[in-house]
Ligand binder design. Structure first.
Ligand SMILES: [Zn+2]
Length: 130
């Protein structure tokens, strides 16, 4: 969908957004904080036609963690970028439901985390300590 920004301004999205916020009692799905919340897409598979499980409310801090803004002036070291990737995927594991449908997805995330750690260790010759 090219007019995604338009979609985010539409009544349809506003209604969906409010439904999600109500479902979660107007609290961040991760830390349970109230206040200013953003509705996060767990997947863009059904962008524009999301089902309630595709969306969760997040506080600003947690939304930023899951959707880091691109900051080109911020040069991450290799170790920092590995740590950021591992932290992000670990967070995904924490919020992905531990249901049979999610089993493969969770296994893939775990494999990715292990793969990143192994690559780090092979590249640097140092142990990766989380
Ligand atoms: Zn939060």
């Amino acid at each position: 969908m090219n007019n995604y920004q338009e979609y985010l301004n539409s009544e349809g999205w506003k209604a969906k957004r409010n439904m999600i916020l109500n479902m979660w009692g107007n609290r961040c799905a991760l830390c349970n904080e109230g206040g200013l919340l953003q509705v996060h897409h767990r997947t863009y598979e059904r962008k524009g036609n999301e089902n309630p499980f595709d969306l969760i409310p997040l506080c600003e801090k947690h939304h930023e963690m899951l959707n880091p803004k691109q900051e080109p002036e911020l040069e991450l070291s290799y170790e920092q970028s590995v740590r950021a990737a591992v932290a992000k995927m670990t967070l995904c594991l924490e919020i992905e439901l531990d249901t049979p449908e999610n089993l493969n997805h969770r296994e893939n995330i775990k494999k990715n985390i292990e793969g990143i750690k192994l690559r780090y260790e092979a590249t640097t010759g140092e142990r990766f300590i989380s």
